[in-house]
Write a protein that binds this ligand. Structure first.
Ligand code: DC
Length: 229
């Protein structure tokens, strides 16, 4: 069967990654989490003291951006890829609230986006990928054969993210998570560089009232429909 590019965009904490990962596994495609790439750059800035009072040193980051190595390696135990920063598995660290609170600032920088988009286009050039993010269907692969735009209410998303963080033992409150989600929605949608928006030809999914299994089924059906086109 002809391989295609599947772009899954939408607001944060909608379970996009879970849907995208499950679909990729089911149909034998490569899954790429582009949010993890912006998170890894943010972690790099934290680890290398590029932040002063919450503001990143743009000049240093611009000098170093092309030397930061971000890769994905399949974790055989869970059957899904983990994120590596300069050869070290950082899958847990990049999901912390500390990174979540700083990542939108990093993702808004034009030179960071250009570097990440170039990597993403390279990763997808053979097709057969499911890529999730904010600008995949609009900027990274505007010609993607299948585009999905996922939304859910901020309260539902906050509850999901809070449960996830709690399960990992992170000490946070639902109010803090909701505040972070609203702040990131605002920053992602209003930034000058590739703001988050639905591509005209994307199919919209509001999954506020859906279970993970229902979303998975919905997405798989859309993929089979696309293959019949
Ligand atoms: O999907 P996520 O929550 O892991 O994404 C982390 C941040 O990165 C989020 O605030 C938006 C940004 N992002 C982006 O600007 N473009 C992408 N393609 C993916 C994520």
């Amino acid at each position: 069967m002809k391989k295609i590019i599947i772009a899954i965009d939408g607001v944060s904490s909608t379970g996009k990654s879970t849907m995208a990962k499950d679909l990729a596994k089911e149909i034998g495609y490569t899954y790429i989490d582009t949010g993890a790439m912006y998170r890894a750059i943010t972690l790099y800035c934290l680890q290398n003291d590029l932040f002063t009072n919450g503001e990143v040193d743009r000049i240093r980051l611009a000098e170093e951006i092309n030397y930061i190595d971000i890769t994905f390696l399949l974790n055989p135990e869970i059957g899904k890829p983990d994120t590596y920063l300069d050869g070290i598995n950082v899958e847990n660290e990049i999901r912390s609230m500390e990174v979540a609170n700083l990542v939108s600032q990093i993702a808004a920088l034009g030179f960071v986006r250009r570097a990440m988009v170039a990597k993403q286009q390279e990763m997808g050039k053979e097709k057969g990928i499911v890529m999730d993010g904010r600008d995949i269907g609009t900027a990274v692969f505007p010609e993607a054969e299948m585009k999905i735009y996922v939304t859910a209410s901020p309260e539902v998303r906050a509850q999901r993210r809070f449960d996830e963080l709690k399960a990992k033992g992170e000490n946070t409150s639902i109010d803090e998570v909701l505040k972070n989600i609203k702040m990131r929605d605002h920053m992602d949608m209003t930034r000058t560089e590739s703001p988050l928006c639905k591509a005209d030809d994307a199919i919209e999914l509001d999954n506020s009232k859906m279970t993970i299994a229902e979303q998975k089924e919905w997405l798989l059906q859309k993929y089979y429909d696309k293959c019949r086109d």
